[in-house]
Design a protein around this ligand. Structure first.
Ligand SMILES: Cc1ncc(COP(=O)(O)O)c(C=O)c1O
Length: 441
């Protein structure tokens, strides 16, 4: 039996937990699991195994688990290729020419977008560059780009190199907002203040929706609103936000957003990435790098000299769709659709409360929680000492979490495939290990 479900409670035992107030016991964890209508989806995923023992995977923030359906989904495409060759692009309901719609519809639900505002293409850093082409439009004194300190390095490289490519000096253009001298990401208030402070100098605001290091969730609506107020374009890197937190990109009037699909979306290593482009830009005279896959579908194979835009977000596509990658993401998005996005968000909220409750039971002189209250699945703990040792011991006990130099453990239980019991075991082990190391100090 796996560590996730050590035993089942009887009806009477379950009754005790009906009016759920949390208790720091395995019984309480088991009751939460038994009352969880989404628990069955845990079984839709392949959980890593070592020495015949299932490991506890808390790394949805890094590489989401493989859905059991992924293999089948890939095989379907391979079979089409075998049987029909290039005809597969056009044949039947599962034709490859319209395969992307199987992805854009569920992604629209997850991101709060209209389906034609989403396209699936390339990978995240490539897409950031493509969005810079379209949305970084310096004019007069309005040239600056606001990013957060401790943005993911690839975002910093992309923005700086793009600015250099435009002939500017990144030191004069890219403004990083810090919370303090240690380079901790700014609070939401500090972002808004910075937007107003730079005002007419600001061409673009580009932030990670959830910070990869601290797990901090920004209030994207208020940031989008403030950006619009000062006349700046606003875009988000949603690598750590998509499939993790509630988004409403269309109504928030975000200009663009991009994300990778290998974290909370479980699309597999190097999965096909996603882009949101607000519909107000689809028919505008916007600068865009073009390729034949962005041409209107029924004109694409006419091989005309002139680019005829598809008129929606798919006009940013450059190259032939990588259907095998689409198949991987499709397998996972089917589970999202089946489970229901709002149901997943409700479970996540409860998991957050459970996690916060258990975390509060550990003396806080051992580590500092650097994740603010507003967050998704991830919690980051910063250790004053012994951090690496704590990480190693947890890992040896079967918990798959990650270590970020110099002193941070990140862990992210996800509603699709983690249980309340797994979370309880994690904190129980964390308490035991930190107690022991403190006593031996
Ligand atoms: C926030 C963020 N931005 C950008 C990237 C880079 O993504 P890719 O390697 O898919 O371009 C990552 C990768 O984990 C990330 O977490």
């Amino acid at each position: 039996m796996s560590m996730a479900f050590p035993f089942l409670l009887t009806e009477e035992e379950l009754q005790q937990f009906d009016m759920m107030t949390f208790a720091n016991t395995l019984d309480c964890a088991a009751a939460l699991d038994q009352q969880d209508p989404l628990l069955k989806y845990r079984d839709a995923f392949m959980h890593p195994i070592e020495n015949n023992r299932e490991r506890t995977y808390f790394l949805g923030n890094s590489l989401g688990l493989q859905p059991k359906k992924t293999m089948y989904s890939i095989q379907q495409v391979l079979k089409q290729w075998q049987q029909d060759g290039v005809e597969s692009f056009f044949k039947g309901d599962d034709n490859w020419l319209t395969y992307h719609r199987k992805l854009t519809n569920p992604l629209a639900a997850i991101t709060g977008a209209l389906p034609h505002e989403i396209t699936v293409m390339n990978q995240l850093t490539v897409n950031i560059h493509l969005m810079m082409v379209s949305f970084y439009r310096p004019e007069g004194r309005r040239k600056k780009i606001l990013i957060e300190s401790k943005a993911f390095p690839s975002d910093q490289y992309a923005v700086s190199s793009f600015v250099r490519h435009m002939g500017f000096n990144p030191d004069e253009i890219v403004v990083e907002i810090n919370r303090d001298a240690e380079g901790v990401p700014p609070t939401n208030r500090q972002v808004i203040d910075a937007i107003h402070q730079y005002g007419n100098d600001l061409a673009m605001v580009f932030l990670g929706g959830v910070n990869y290091y601290t797990g901090q969730l920004f209030d994207l609506y208020s940031i989008a609103t403030a950006s619009r107020e000062v006349g700046a374009v606003v875009g988000f890197d949603l690598a750590h936000a998509v499939g993790n937190v509630k988004l409403n990109l269309h109504d928030w009037d975000v200009d663009f957003a991009c994300w990778c699909s290998y974290k909370y979306l479980n699309g597999g290593p190097g999965a096909i990435a996603g882009v949101f482009i607000h519909e107000k830009h689809h028919l505008s005279e916007i600068n865009r790098l073009e390729g034949w896959w962005g041409v209107k579908q029924d004109e694409r194979f006419l091989m005309k000299r002139n680019f005829i835009s598809s008129g929606d977000a798919t006009s940013w596509q450059l190259s032939t769709s990588p259907i095998l990658l689409f198949a991987c993401l499709h397998a996972s998005l089917q589970i999202f659709e089946d489970a229901g996005w709002n149901n997943l968000l409700s479970k996540q909220q409860k998991m957050i409360e459970w996690t916060d409750f258990l975390l509060a039971s550990i003396p806080n002189n051992v580590f500092k929680r650097i994740t603010p209250q507003l967050r998704g699945c991830q919690i980051s703990l910063q250790f004053q000492k012994n951090g690496k040792e704590v990480y190693k011991r947890l890992f040896d006990q079967g918990f798959m979490i990650d270590w970020r130099e110099p002193d941070v453990i990140r862990f992210a239980p996800v509603p699709l495939y983690n249980s309340y019991t797994e979370i309880w075991h994690f904190f129980n082990s964390l308490r035991e290990i930190t107690n022991e190391l403190t006593l031996n100090d």
